[in-house]
Design a protein around this ligand. Structure first.
Ligand SMILES: [Zn+2]
Length: 187
């Protein structure tokens, strides 16, 4: 039969019952993670600061991992929809087609015979193809811009999360660098 001992939460002072062998306990009132310290003459609790800091860093790392996952999925989906070096993965110039189409039509108008009608029709086809290509280009640019925006948003989030870990370090390093720069300028 385990004997229970009364201790107080080192954080909020609430009374807690712990077993003789208990090493860790969570306060039922303030939810602090506590270490139960057993000495020969007394038993008391200390708040486990490190653990909560670790937990925070861990959840931040998990969030970074999740964001990186999202980013990789975004890239994967993009590369599946628009494989690199495939004809659909870039916009196609239409100026050449428009010039060629107009030239064929002008040439056709100057031929009175059947060849003229053929050339005009041919020029029209080229122009229609150019207009279709232009709308495809516009659509592709829209999709690509959305992809770039999402990608940048995720990358920035990841960067912010990572920077959040090293803020203490940064504020300490920055003034030193500024001082170094001044010395460098004098020399
Ligand atoms: Zn407590």
């Amino acid at each position: 039969m385990p004997r229970l001992t009364s201790v107080r939460c080192n954080h909020c002072g609430a009374p807690l019952e712990v077993g003789k062998e208990t090493q860790f306990v969570t306060c039922g009132f303030c939810h602090s993670q506590l270490r139960v310290e057993h000495t020969e003459s007394s038993i008391f609790t200390t708040v486990i600061e490190k653990l909560s800091a670790n937990t925070e860093a861990m959840s931040r790392n998990l969030e970074v991992l999740a964001l990186q996952n999202d980013l990789e999925k975004l890239d994967r989906d993009w590369n599946l929809a628009y494989p690199p070096d495939s004809p659909g993965s870039e916009t196609t110039g239409v100026v050449g087609s428009v010039v060629a189409g107009l030239a064929a039509m002008i040439l056709g108008f100057n031929f009175p015979s059947g060849i003229g009608i053929f050339l005009v029709g041919f020029g029209l086809l080229i122009l229609v193809a150019a207009v279709l290509q232009m709308s495809r280009n516009a659509e592709f640019r829209g999709v690509r811009n959305r992809y770039f925006d999402q990608r940048q948003m995720l990358a920035r989030k990841i960067e912010r999360m990572r920077a959040g870990e090293g803020t203490g370090e940064r504020t300490r390093v920055a003034p030193k660098r500024a001082a170094d720069a001044k010395v460098g300028m004098k020399a």
